[in-house]
Design a protein around this ligand. Sequence first.
Ligand code: GLA
Length: 361
Amino acid sequence: MGSHHGRLSIRKDPFGTTPEGAGVDVYTFSNGRVTVSMLTWGATIQRVETPDRRGRTENISLGFDNLPDYAKLSPYFGATIGRYGNRIAKGQFSIDGNKYQIPVNDGENALHGGTLGFDKKVWKAKVVQTSSHVGVAFTYVSPDGEMGFPGTLTTTVTYTLDFDDDLRIDYHATVAGKPTVLNLTNHVYFNLAGEGSGSIEGHVLELNAPSYTPVDSGLIPTGEIAPVAGTPFDFRRPTAIGKRLREDHPQLVIGRGYDHNFVLGGKAGHDGLRFAGRFTDPGSGRTVSVRTAEPGAQFYSGNFLDGTFQGIGGKTYRQGDAFAFETQHFPDSPNQPNFPSTVLRPGQTYSTRTIYSFGTK
Ligand code: GLA
């Protein structure tokens, strides 16, 4: 889809108040074609409205219309995830011989930063607007020892939209006092036919991933980097998500579908990014392509959406009604010496970028 020249706009409205009395706002920014709504709660993407191939605009992102549902029920819908996206085995790791314990919240493991991760914090927001971009810079300061993680971590995640219908996410963080581990991502769930419209099994997926990291029964990587060739994990050619979802591959049984970290192939371009994956809904024609500076991405086929709550449009979300594609370092890296390091030390700057490009086909 070529770039166009509409008008960039942004507005801020009150969204709710936490039980502790903190105000939460919703920022809505648009380029005249794509419109994104984000909450200061969890620096959360609440809505993403994009046109289909006939120009009909719909919200394609799963979410809620009220703060209590986000606080009580959300399986990380649209949230910024930290300090550590995905799992740390038993919530334990050590840095320089010092042992740390994160409160476990996924069986015996820690998931997405522990019981009270960045997705459940109120972030400070600052509007970003230039002639080419509009969006919000969200900042959160995590004190030393929060959720068991060492060091005071200052994180700024900037979400901006441009005239190419690119939603760019820039992550920056620094730590003071002690080294920490860090793996930031966003957990947006999409259904390109429209939020609440049914299954995504007919969406076609293409992944730039020659291998993936198999997991044990607790979804912790075994440490192996396994080739996708000849398995249902091979999406190097565009393939419908549902095509092999019910095969008896042990990894699909363990994950109740796809819930795996894919190892991205090839080299980054001059902008430091490489193509990670593209999702296409043949019905509406909507596409989302993802480029990232991260070495991996978790492709999650919405396996744990279990029909227990209703989303923003009033529809019940059931298994497979959305997918998530979380760009990241590999799960459990703090305990896996052969995975790229996730340690951040005082004096270093953590800096990474992921772009979701919306289009039609
Ligand atoms: C990630 C995890 C999944 C699940 C979802 C949220 O994708 O890998 O197992 O926890 O988050 O429910």
